[in-house]
Design a protein around this ligand. Structure first.
Ligand SMILES: Cc1ncc(COP(=O)(O)O)c(C=O)c1O
Length: 407
């Protein structure tokens, strides 16, 4: 039977302490015990339903975690204060000195910087590969490899990972496949396709209102218990804990994610098709011209579409900046990093979110200076948006004026 992530979220029935329709917010950092023995058992991890200290877990964080686990089809999940606060403990939990990671080379700049510059301090090395080439992925595996790391749809180049294929490789070599699904919530369900660990930056589509940072790790009960272990759990010990108030607000936003993703995807597909027809170099997984269009199609939960992220290449950084400033002046969106907001956001990743990646490597992976990454908003009248965008493109010389006449 087809996996229905939005049904799973809808079917969660949480009552507040006084019968509220939203669960009560747990406004405490620490919790009392009626018996000293129960406190001891809780420390040992043997007292289900008891809370100890909110860095370990709190009712509000567990509610949100369980909802995200339901969305991803995993046993459970652990929320964190940011997406990086989810990624970094996962890597450090799975890898120690002399271990090796095979990672996609097109990933979020912060993750890249962590793998490239930070974990070598602990003697953990990473090989960055073209994740769309399964032969190269497998060839990069050594006897020290512990983790295969990728994003379902990569930031910012929108490369699509073959999660089933990667999972087969991971199983064959006894590796953990860790997939960051930030760009494609609901559309792609990596755990159902074989990923061992699914991560999100909740900061983006899942929260959807750009008012907080947050993250989650979705996986087996065993792995989440390991992360939370008071003696050696990376989440517990590194301490990137989400606040209860935030967990409750993210949970409320999660309840509308299915509607928002459909609108983001509808608008994304509309603009991508129009831009491509206009002759702009456009990358969007929903376009037939995308090299992994069929792969995305084969993995997707169709209803939620190809997502709200697209890129165009306008040639130079100067042109990109000129266009983005004009689009902001015309109130089409904001010149800002991040994604998943209700208004459109645009930025030039080469000089912003991927600036951690050295220029020569950016060029090798096809990240050009004139690339603009769009996170398409929830605009009700996307044709109106398109026409104003097109006028901006004509004004800055990215499109020829003759194109306007046909509209
Ligand atoms: C794909 C991806 N993963 C992880 C992160 C990091 O998340 P956060 O900023 O919430 O720490 C980002 C942030 O841009 C991202 O785009």
């Amino acid at each position: 039977m087809a996996f229905k992530p939005a049904n799973n979220i809808q079917d969660l029935q949480y009552f507040g302490e006084f019968g509220g329709v939203n669960p009560s917010i747990s406004d405490s950092s620490t919790y009392t015990f009626l018996s000293a023995k129960t406190m001891f058992d809780t420390f040992e991890g043997n007292a289900d339903g008891c809370y100890l200290y909110s860095r370990h877990s709190s009712p509000s964080n567990l509610y949100l975690g369980e909802a995200l686990a339901a969305m991803e089809g995993t046993e459970t999940a652990n929320v964190s204060a940011s997406g990086m606060g989810a990624i970094t403990p996962v890597i450090l939990q799975l890898c120690g000195s002399n271990d090796h990671i095979v990672s996609s080379r097109t990933i979020y700049g912060g993750t890249y910087a962590f793998l490239k510059n930070f974990v070598p301090r602990f003697n953990i090395e990473t090989s960055f590969v073209d994740i769309t080439n399964l032969k190269m992925v497998e060839a990069a595996i050594t006897q020290n490899t512990k983790v295969l790391y990728c994003e379902s749809v990569s930031n910012p180049l929108l490369e699509v990972a073959d999660i089933k294929g990667l999972s087969e490789i991971a199983k064959k070599h006894h590796l953990k496949l860790v997939v960051d699904n930030t760009f494609s919530p609901l559309s792609i369900s990596p755990a159902i396709l074989g990923a061992d660990v699914v991560i999100h930056s909740l900061t983006k589509f899942i929260n959807g209102s750009s008012d907080t940072v947050g993250g989650v790790v979705c996986s087996t009960q065993e792995f989440i218990n390991d992360l939370r272990n008071v003696n050696c759990g990376a989440s517990m010990l590194l301490g990137s804990t989400m606040d209860s108030l935030r967990a409750s607000s993210v949970l409320k936003n999660l309840r509308t994610l299915h509607i928002r993703m459909q609108q983001h995807s509808k608008n994304g597909l509309y603009l991508a098709k129009r831009f491509e027809t206009d002759g702009l170099k456009t990358v969007y997984p929903g376009l037939k011209s995308h090299p992994s269009h069929n792969l995305f199609k084969s993995m997707m939960n169709e209803k939620y579409g190809y997502g709200g992220m697209l890129t165009i290449d306008v040639g130079t950084l100067e042109k990109a900046n000129e266009l983005m400033e004009l689009m902001q002046n015309k109130n089409l969106g904001y010149l800002a990093v991040s994604l998943g907001f209700y208004k459109t956001l645009f930025s030039a990743p080469g000089s912003s979110t991927s600036s951690e990646i050295p220029e020569d490597e950016q060029h090798a992976m096809g990240l050009s200076d004139g690339l603009i990454r769009f996170s398409i908003g929830l605009d009700d009248d996307i044709e109106r948006t398109y026409l104003i965008m097109k006028q901006c493109m004509i004004t800055v010389g990215v499109l020829e004026p003759t194109h306007l006449i046909t509209d």
